[in-house]
Design a protein around this ligand. Sequence first.
Ligand SMILES: [Fe+2]
Length: 215
Amino acid sequence: MGFDEIFQELYEYVRREMEAGGAHAFDHVERVLKLAVRLALEEGADLEVVRFAALLHDIERAREDKGEVDCHAVASAERARQLLLERGLSEEFARRVAECIRSHRFRKNEEPKSLEAKVLSDADKLDATGAVGIARAYLFGGRYGQRLWEEEPKKERFYPGMNAEEYSPRTEYELKLSKLKDRMFTASGRRIAERRSRFMKLFFEELEREVKGED
Ligand SMILES: [Fe+2]
């Protein structure tokens, strides 16, 4: 089997598995895949490594949410390596894909090193910016019963178990989403992040005016 057939088969496999896990996780994977392919072409990264890494990057996410694994990036990298080896792809290819996945969750001690890892990291962060970033923050906030607006953003990000009624996605924007543009590794990623960030800023400024009945 060539790369395309293996990719198609794995695409269906990942979709079935992630949809069973719920929470629209596969929608995120599809968006990241499109962005990652675009960035790979613009940056001259290895397209095969990037698209397999994007497809498999969150495959163990649901297990982290259930508390079955500590870090979904580490668990997804290992699972991806196995899935690729089982399908006859080389050790070297599987290792390169796994390395991208391991470092896609930004940690100080595990910064993306290869161009392909930088592309995946940027694509994943871009999916938390712009209109999509806002929409995702409101979907998440709504699930936990957050409000639409808060006068003063909090000093700490919301996580399940906190009092959701004291929060709105504005805190998530101030503390996290507005800063993602400074965590891009590629020039193409930075350009898209800057455009998307301007839109988020405008959105929250407009929201504030409307909430206050000023406009
Ligand atoms: Fe992701």
